[in-house]
Design a protein around this ligand. Structure first.
Ligand SMILES: [Zn+2]
Ligand SMILES: [Zn+2]
Length: 359
């Protein structure tokens, strides 16, 4: 069974120092926590195979120096002498900025960059994808009933992301079933992001953002980004259930996950409860996504508002797709793509079990 060294952690159990994990097959993995965005920690992993060392995620430009310091830390604490220049492959778990933002540095060092084929376009056509995603996000936010004044947040976000990255051609496009290095399996788990991948090394799974110790990964409606959405996410949780048995999960945020199956159950339950809240709110009266988000999360500020709406929107989309919600104001909506949509649930129907858990 995999063992993990002592490490420093904060009040929420997030690692704040490096840790060494040794798998059942004797492979050494180093967990390297770095601050990728203000107040936002990511775990980067060095899989230190003697002949094929691999980095899993790279962090952002902001965390470059900290990553270098972590390499020094694991040399002094654990005697790991592997350096960035020694890496045989750099795997990006998925195309979210906190995971790939510093990819240019690795690319400029001549290190091969790998990413799943469904996320490759984010790196290749960064400006195009950002522009289109921003437009589709604006449509979603208007459909959600967000105030026009608040839509400014989207533009701030757009400008921020644009300043953080320039297009880059990855060297390898990964698919489900590919292997890395000596035979580590790539598992494609779309949902939180279209091209999300996990990597299995003996009895350890690098779960990236798919499964996390304390939080549940943000959900996005498929209407904004294909291959995301709750339906895909839940299917991808089911996909990893059997392989999770007896394995240690290492997520990209927070601490290790010693019991992955239990964490999968907790994550599914979290979404079942949230679906129930959405359904019951819409039984009481017709509501927009923004109004439902207020019931779920209270008043949110700035980017939190967008995150609250996409999270709520993913649950509303799922219930609507399954026929549990219907559009109350269809006359307003039928000719206008960005009209605010009000959803209703049949008040005579009690909330059923939304997520089927049989395997
Ligand atoms: Zn992510
Ligand atoms: Zn993340």
């Amino acid at each position: 069974m995999a063992t993990i060294s002592e490490y420093e952690r904060d009040a929420k159990n997030k690692p704040t120092s490096a840790a060494e994990i040794v798998t059942s097959g004797g492979t050494r993995i180093y967990l390297l926590p770095v601050e990728t965005l203000p107040g936002h920690l990511n775990n980067i992993f060095l899989v230190d195979d003697p002949t094929y060392p691999v980095l899993f995620d790279v962090g952002t430009k902001r965390s470059s120096d900290e990553l270098d310091a972590r390499f020094e830390e694991i040399e002094s604490r654990f005697g790991c002498t592997t350096k960035l220049k020694d890496l045989q492959e750099v795997v990006i778990s998925h195309a979210h900025l906190d995971h790939y933002g510093d990819a240019h540095r690795m690319h400029d060092m001549g290190l091969p960059i790998s990413i799943h084929e469904l996320d490759a376009r984010v790196l290749i056509n960064f400006d195009e994808r950002l522009a289109v995603a921003s437009r589709d996000m604006a449509v979603f936010l208007r459909q959600s009933g967000m105030d026009e004044a608040d839509l400014e947040v989207r533009m701030q976000l757009y400008k921020f992301e644009k300043s953080m990255f320039e297009s880059l051609e990855p060297d390898r496009r990964l698919r489900h079933g590919d292997t890395i290095g000596p035979g580590w399996d790539v598992t494609h788990v779309p949902g939180h992001c279209p091209g999300m991948v996990m990597l299995t090394i003996d009895d350890v799974i690098l779960t990236a953002d798919h499964l996390l110790e304390r939080i549940t990964p943000a959900q996005h409606p498929q209407s904004i980004t294909p291959f995301t959405g709750l339906e895909n996410y839940l299917r991808s949780l089911k996909k990893i259930y059997a392989m999770s048995e007896g394995r240690l999960g290492l997520g990209a945020h927070g601490g290790p996950i010693p019991n992955m199956k239990r964490r999968i159950h907790e994550t599914v339950t979290h979404h079942e409860v949230r679906l129930r809240q959405v359904f019951n709110a819409c039984r009481a009266q017709p509501l927009t996504v923004a109004e439902i988000a207020r019931e779920l999360f209270g008043t949110l500020q700035n980017y939190g508002k967008v995150l609250g709406l996409t999270e709520t929107g993913a649950h509303v989309e799922y219930l609507h797709a399954l026929g549990f919600l219907h559009i109350e104001n269809i006359d307003d909506v039928k000719d206008r793509i960005d009209a605010p949509v009000k959803y209703s649930a049949d008040s005579r129907v009690r909330a059923p079990q939304f997520i089927r858990t049989e395997r």
